[in-house]
Design a protein around this ligand. Structure first.
Ligand SMILES: [Zn+2]
Length: 246
């Protein structure tokens, strides 16, 4: 049965449906991720506030359809276009990656107000701040935590030996789900070695508010290593069937 719905939602994906229409994927705190058909959104005169763009916060109204059909967008009003993000390529890259991860990891129709709040806070910080890469790292780690994918980084995933901070480098295994102590690393072929400081930094990010990192400067080489280990881990997580993420 069709039902009219009004909600605040972030546009996280969009593609053309025809010369004049679009399919827009939204993420709302009450409804999770869902697609809508914006009929005629690209016509000069339309009544639904189109054309719509990604990375905008909207107030939308739509007709909710059964899950096998596209919802029909009936109206949209921009609440926040996140303009500073569109004026800075580093900010845009960080925000685009956030949307990509939400698109990949968030199941359709799974309500998750905490992820929504995390996402809006991260976008606000990227708009106002000057360290989009730090905002992105914080978002990524807390996204993993909220969706139940956070790896074990404070102790060995095999034997629970605490992170060996006396050593400069530590092994991490995505398939094993966390770090490996020196004794266990030899038993696991699938792993990546990285500076131990990456994991102490991740642990700090997971246990503090973003404001703690306002003035942080990552020591030389540490930032590419944080990226390398997260890219490796996200690649592993995203390749799993989507149904495993619910
Ligand atoms: Zn171990």
């Amino acid at each position: 049965m069709s039902q009219y719905v009004k909600t605040t939602a972030l546009s996280i994906n969009r593609y053309d449906y025809s010369e004049t229409s679009q399919v827009v994927k939204f993420f709302s705190p009450e409804l999770g991720a869902f697609n809508t058909l914006a009929k005629g959104a690209k016509r000069d005169k339309n009544t639904i506030g189109g054309p719509l763009d990604i990375l905008h916060l909207y107030e939308i109204t739509f007709i909710r359809k059964p899950s096998e059909c596209l919802n029909i967008l009936t109206g949209s009003e921009i609440i926040n276009p996140f303009l500073p993000i569109r004026q800075d390529i580093e900010k845009f890259n960080a925000s685009s990656r956030m949307l990509l991860l939400i698109n990949e990891l968030l199941p359709f129709h799974a309500k998750n107000s905490e992820v929504f709040e995390l996402c809006l806070n991260a976008l606000a910080n990227i708009c106002l701040g000057s360290k989009p890469q730090i905002d992105l790292l914080y978002f990524e780690l807390h996204l993993l935590r909220l969706l139940g994918h956070i790896p074990q980084i404070s102790s060995c995933v095999m034997c629970s030996e605490p992170l060996e901070t006396q050593f400069a480098r530590t092994n991490f295994s995505a398939s094993s789900g966390g770090i490996l102590c020196r004794a266990c690393a030899g038993k696991i072929p699938e792993k990546l070695e990285t500076p131990t400081g990456v994991f102490t930094f991740f642990d700090s990010m997971l246990n503090n508010r973003i404001t703690k990192f306002d003035r942080i400067v990552l020591a030389g080489g540490l930032h590419p290593e944080t990226r390398r280990i997260l890219n490796y881990y996200f690649s592993y997580v995203i390749e799993k069937p989507v149904c495993n993420y619910a």
